[in-house]
Unconditional design. Structure first.
Length: 274
Protein backbone atom coordinates (compact mmCIF):
# COMPACT_ATOMS: atom_id res chain seq x y z
CA UNK A 1 0.00 0.00 0.00
CA UNK A 2 1.40 3.41 -0.95
CA UNK A 3 1.05 6.09 1.71
CA UNK A 4 -1.30 8.90 0.88
CA UNK A 5 -3.15 11.31 3.09
CA UNK A 6 -3.50 14.96 3.96
CA UNK A 7 -0.54 16.07 6.04
CA UNK A 8 -0.91 16.91 9.70
CA UNK A 9 1.92 18.93 11.12
CA UNK A 10 4.79 16.81 12.40
CA UNK A 11 8.43 17.71 12.77
CA UNK A 12 11.14 15.95 10.82
CA UNK A 13 12.73 14.66 14.03
CA UNK A 14 9.44 13.15 15.24
CA UNK A 15 8.75 11.66 11.84
CA UNK A 16 12.10 9.86 11.81
CA UNK A 17 11.65 8.82 15.42
CA UNK A 18 8.28 7.27 14.61
CA UNK A 19 9.96 4.99 12.07
CA UNK A 20 12.96 4.47 14.38
CA UNK A 21 15.46 5.62 11.76
CA UNK A 22 18.10 8.37 11.74
CA UNK A 23 19.11 11.05 9.21
CA UNK A 24 21.61 8.67 7.64
CA UNK A 25 18.85 6.21 6.69
CA UNK A 26 18.05 5.52 3.05
CA UNK A 27 14.64 5.72 1.44
CA UNK A 28 14.68 1.93 1.35
CA UNK A 29 15.12 1.91 5.15
CA UNK A 30 12.18 4.28 5.48
CA UNK A 31 9.94 2.18 3.26
CA UNK A 32 10.81 -0.97 5.20
CA UNK A 33 9.95 0.76 8.47
CA UNK A 34 6.72 2.11 6.97
CA UNK A 35 5.62 -1.36 5.87
CA UNK A 36 6.25 -2.74 9.35
CA UNK A 37 3.98 -0.10 10.87
CA UNK A 38 1.30 -0.70 8.24
CA UNK A 39 1.18 -4.39 9.15
CA UNK A 40 0.65 -3.36 12.74
CA UNK A 41 -1.75 -0.41 12.50
CA UNK A 42 -3.70 -0.65 9.22
CA UNK A 43 -7.49 -1.08 9.62
CA UNK A 44 -7.31 -4.33 7.61
CA UNK A 45 -5.27 -5.81 10.44
CA UNK A 46 -7.46 -4.26 13.17
CA UNK A 47 -11.09 -4.95 12.23
CA UNK A 48 -12.17 -4.77 15.88
CA UNK A 49 -10.94 -1.14 16.31
CA UNK A 50 -11.25 0.55 12.94
CA UNK A 51 -11.41 4.16 14.17
CA UNK A 52 -8.22 3.76 16.22
CA UNK A 53 -6.45 2.11 13.29
CA UNK A 54 -7.58 4.82 10.88
CA UNK A 55 -6.29 7.58 13.18
CA UNK A 56 -2.98 5.76 13.55
CA UNK A 57 -2.56 5.42 9.78
CA UNK A 58 -3.32 9.11 9.24
CA UNK A 59 -0.44 9.95 11.59
CA UNK A 60 1.84 7.33 10.03
CA UNK A 61 1.16 8.57 6.49
CA UNK A 62 1.70 12.19 7.50
CA UNK A 63 4.97 11.21 9.16
CA UNK A 64 5.98 9.27 6.04
CA UNK A 65 5.42 12.30 3.80
CA UNK A 66 7.59 14.44 6.07
CA UNK A 67 10.30 11.79 6.42
CA UNK A 68 10.54 10.97 2.72
CA UNK A 69 10.93 14.64 1.76
CA UNK A 70 13.47 15.20 4.51
CA UNK A 71 15.62 12.19 3.59
CA UNK A 72 15.38 12.99 -0.12
CA UNK A 73 16.57 16.54 0.56
CA UNK A 74 19.46 15.26 2.68
CA UNK A 75 20.50 12.77 0.02
CA UNK A 76 20.29 15.46 -2.67
CA UNK A 77 22.55 17.74 -0.63
CA UNK A 78 24.99 14.89 -0.10
CA UNK A 79 25.00 14.00 -3.80
CA UNK A 80 25.42 17.66 -4.76
CA UNK A 81 28.30 18.08 -2.32
CA UNK A 82 29.91 14.91 -3.68
CA UNK A 83 29.51 16.11 -7.26
CA UNK A 84 30.95 19.51 -6.39
CA UNK A 85 33.93 17.78 -4.80
CA UNK A 86 34.42 15.57 -7.87
CA UNK A 87 34.19 18.57 -10.21
CA UNK A 88 36.78 20.48 -8.20
CA UNK A 89 39.07 17.45 -8.17
CA UNK A 90 38.65 17.02 -11.93
CA UNK A 91 39.37 20.71 -12.57
CA UNK A 92 42.48 20.57 -10.38
CA UNK A 93 43.69 17.44 -12.17
CA UNK A 94 42.98 18.94 -15.60
CA UNK A 95 44.99 22.06 -14.81
CA UNK A 96 48.01 20.04 -13.67
CA UNK A 97 47.67 17.53 -16.50
CA UNK A 98 47.39 20.21 -19.18
CA UNK A 99 50.41 22.07 -17.86
CA UNK A 100 52.52 18.91 -17.80
CA UNK A 101 51.25 17.66 -21.17
CA UNK A 102 52.22 20.98 -22.72
CA UNK A 103 55.77 20.42 -21.48
CA UNK A 104 55.79 17.16 -23.40
CA UNK A 105 54.55 19.02 -26.47
CA UNK A 106 57.30 21.61 -26.03
CA UNK A 107 59.85 18.81 -26.29
CA UNK A 108 58.10 17.35 -29.33
CA UNK A 109 58.01 20.76 -31.01
CA UNK A 110 61.75 21.27 -30.60
CA UNK A 111 62.38 17.73 -31.82
CA UNK A 112 60.42 18.24 -35.03
CA UNK A 113 61.19 21.92 -35.55
CA UNK A 114 64.88 21.22 -36.07
CA UNK A 115 64.53 17.85 -37.82
CA UNK A 116 66.03 15.99 -34.87
CA UNK A 117 64.24 12.77 -35.80
CA UNK A 118 67.21 12.35 -38.14
CA UNK A 119 70.08 10.92 -36.01
CA UNK A 120 72.66 12.51 -38.33
CA UNK A 121 71.12 15.94 -37.73
CA UNK A 122 71.58 15.77 -33.96
CA UNK A 123 75.06 14.27 -33.85
CA UNK A 124 76.94 17.39 -32.77
CA UNK A 125 76.90 21.13 -32.16
CA UNK A 126 73.80 23.20 -31.52
CA UNK A 127 71.39 20.53 -32.85
CA UNK A 128 72.73 18.07 -30.28
CA UNK A 129 72.17 20.60 -27.49
CA UNK A 130 68.60 21.13 -28.71
CA UNK A 131 68.06 17.38 -28.91
CA UNK A 132 69.26 16.84 -25.35
CA UNK A 133 67.02 19.69 -24.18
CA UNK A 134 63.99 18.10 -25.85
CA UNK A 135 64.77 14.72 -24.29
CA UNK A 136 65.19 16.31 -20.87
CA UNK A 137 61.91 18.23 -21.07
CA UNK A 138 59.93 15.16 -22.07
CA UNK A 139 61.65 13.02 -19.45
CA UNK A 140 60.96 15.53 -16.67
CA UNK A 141 57.34 15.96 -17.76
CA UNK A 142 56.92 12.18 -17.89
CA UNK A 143 58.10 11.92 -14.28
CA UNK A 144 55.50 14.53 -13.30
CA UNK A 145 52.76 12.71 -15.20
CA UNK A 146 53.56 9.50 -13.36
CA UNK A 147 53.09 11.29 -10.02
CA UNK A 148 49.70 12.81 -10.82
CA UNK A 149 46.75 11.57 -8.77
CA UNK A 150 43.55 10.96 -10.71
CA UNK A 151 40.09 11.80 -9.30
CA UNK A 152 38.06 9.35 -11.40
CA UNK A 153 38.45 6.42 -13.83
CA UNK A 154 37.98 8.55 -16.97
CA UNK A 155 40.74 10.95 -15.97
CA UNK A 156 42.81 7.91 -15.02
CA UNK A 157 42.42 6.44 -18.50
CA UNK A 158 43.27 9.79 -20.12
CA UNK A 159 46.41 10.06 -18.01
CA UNK A 160 47.41 6.46 -18.72
CA UNK A 161 47.02 6.85 -22.49
CA UNK A 162 48.89 10.15 -22.73
CA UNK A 163 51.63 8.93 -20.39
CA UNK A 164 51.97 5.80 -22.50
CA UNK A 165 52.36 7.91 -25.61
CA UNK A 166 54.93 10.21 -23.96
CA UNK A 167 56.94 7.27 -22.61
CA UNK A 168 56.97 5.43 -25.94
CA UNK A 169 57.83 8.60 -27.87
CA UNK A 170 60.75 9.25 -25.52
CA UNK A 171 62.06 5.74 -26.12
CA UNK A 172 61.78 6.09 -29.89
CA UNK A 173 63.33 9.55 -30.06
CA UNK A 174 66.43 8.08 -28.40
CA UNK A 175 66.94 5.56 -31.18
CA UNK A 176 70.27 6.74 -32.63
CA UNK A 177 71.09 3.89 -34.97
CA UNK A 178 71.97 4.79 -38.57
CA UNK A 179 72.24 2.66 -41.68
CA UNK A 180 75.63 1.22 -42.66
CA UNK A 181 76.08 1.27 -46.48
CA UNK A 182 78.03 -1.99 -46.33
CA UNK A 183 75.01 -3.89 -44.99
CA UNK A 184 73.49 -6.83 -46.83
CA UNK A 185 70.71 -6.53 -49.36
CA UNK A 186 68.19 -7.78 -46.79
CA UNK A 187 69.36 -5.19 -44.27
CA UNK A 188 69.09 -2.50 -46.91
CA UNK A 189 65.54 -3.55 -47.77
CA UNK A 190 64.50 -3.68 -44.11
CA UNK A 191 66.03 -0.27 -43.42
CA UNK A 192 64.30 1.29 -46.42
CA UNK A 193 60.87 0.08 -45.28
CA UNK A 194 61.63 1.04 -41.66
CA UNK A 195 62.72 4.52 -42.73
CA UNK A 196 59.62 5.06 -44.88
CA UNK A 197 57.40 3.94 -42.01
CA UNK A 198 59.19 6.28 -39.62
CA UNK A 199 58.84 9.25 -41.98
CA UNK A 200 55.12 8.62 -42.28
CA UNK A 201 54.65 8.20 -38.51
CA UNK A 202 56.63 11.35 -37.72
CA UNK A 203 54.57 13.25 -40.29
CA UNK A 204 51.33 12.02 -38.71
CA UNK A 205 52.40 13.06 -35.21
CA UNK A 206 53.81 16.38 -36.40
CA UNK A 207 50.66 17.17 -38.36
CA UNK A 208 48.36 16.19 -35.49
CA UNK A 209 50.05 18.39 -32.90
CA UNK A 210 51.63 21.15 -34.99
CA UNK A 211 49.67 21.37 -38.22
CA UNK A 212 49.90 25.16 -38.46
CA UNK A 213 53.51 25.53 -37.39
CA UNK A 214 55.32 22.52 -38.82
CA UNK A 215 53.17 20.60 -41.29
CA UNK A 216 54.22 21.36 -44.90
CA UNK A 217 51.53 22.36 -47.37
CA UNK A 218 50.12 19.34 -49.18
CA UNK A 219 51.35 16.81 -46.62
CA UNK A 220 49.21 13.71 -46.20
CA UNK A 221 46.61 13.81 -43.43
CA UNK A 222 47.43 11.86 -40.28
CA UNK A 223 45.14 8.84 -41.01
CA UNK A 224 46.78 8.35 -44.43
CA UNK A 225 50.26 8.62 -42.96
CA UNK A 226 49.37 6.18 -40.20
CA UNK A 227 48.21 3.65 -42.78
CA UNK A 228 51.44 4.04 -44.74
CA UNK A 229 53.45 3.72 -41.54
CA UNK A 230 51.69 0.52 -40.49
CA UNK A 231 52.12 -1.05 -43.93
CA UNK A 232 55.84 -0.27 -44.00
CA UNK A 233 56.50 -1.56 -40.49
CA UNK A 234 54.52 -4.74 -41.12
CA UNK A 235 56.54 -5.30 -44.30
CA UNK A 236 59.70 -5.26 -42.19
CA UNK A 237 58.24 -7.68 -39.65
CA UNK A 238 56.90 -10.12 -42.23
CA UNK A 239 59.45 -9.91 -45.07
CA UNK A 240 62.70 -9.25 -43.19
CA UNK A 241 62.39 -11.37 -40.08
CA UNK A 242 66.16 -11.95 -39.86
CA UNK A 243 66.96 -8.26 -40.16
CA UNK A 244 68.62 -6.40 -37.30
CA UNK A 245 65.99 -3.64 -37.73
CA UNK A 246 63.24 -5.74 -36.16
CA UNK A 247 63.84 -4.28 -32.68
CA UNK A 248 63.58 -0.66 -33.84
CA UNK A 249 60.53 -1.53 -35.92
CA UNK A 250 58.82 -3.10 -32.92
CA UNK A 251 59.46 0.07 -30.90
CA UNK A 252 57.93 2.22 -33.64
CA UNK A 253 54.90 -0.08 -33.84
CA UNK A 254 54.39 0.50 -30.11
CA UNK A 255 54.55 4.25 -30.72
CA UNK A 256 52.05 3.91 -33.55
CA UNK A 257 49.63 2.06 -31.24
CA UNK A 258 50.13 4.61 -28.45
CA UNK A 259 49.50 7.53 -30.80
CA UNK A 260 46.34 5.95 -32.21
CA UNK A 261 45.06 5.37 -28.66
CA UNK A 262 45.67 9.05 -27.94
CA UNK A 263 43.82 10.10 -31.09
CA UNK A 264 40.85 8.00 -29.97
CA UNK A 265 40.38 10.14 -26.83
CA UNK A 266 41.38 13.47 -28.37
CA UNK A 267 38.03 15.06 -27.50
CA UNK A 268 38.88 14.71 -23.80
CA UNK A 269 42.07 16.73 -24.15
CA UNK A 270 41.31 19.83 -26.25
CA UNK A 271 44.46 21.48 -24.93
CA UNK A 272 46.52 19.13 -27.06
CA UNK A 273 44.94 20.52 -30.23
CA UNK A 274 44.37 17.06 -31.74
Amino acid sequence: MAPHTGRAFISEEKALALFKIGPAASLRDLNSAYRRLVRRYHPDYNPHRLEWAHTAMVKINAAYDVAVEHLAALRYEEVQAHLDKEIRAHDDFTALFSNTANRVLDGLFTYYQYGLENPHQRSSGTPRIRYRSAVRRISEALSQLERLRVPNPVDGETLEIFTGFARTFLQCMQIDRTFAPTSSREEHGAYRRYQEGSRALDAAIRRAFFRTELSPHGELASPQNLKVSLNEYMAVVTNYQQSSWITETAMKLCLLDAFQALLAISERVPELGL
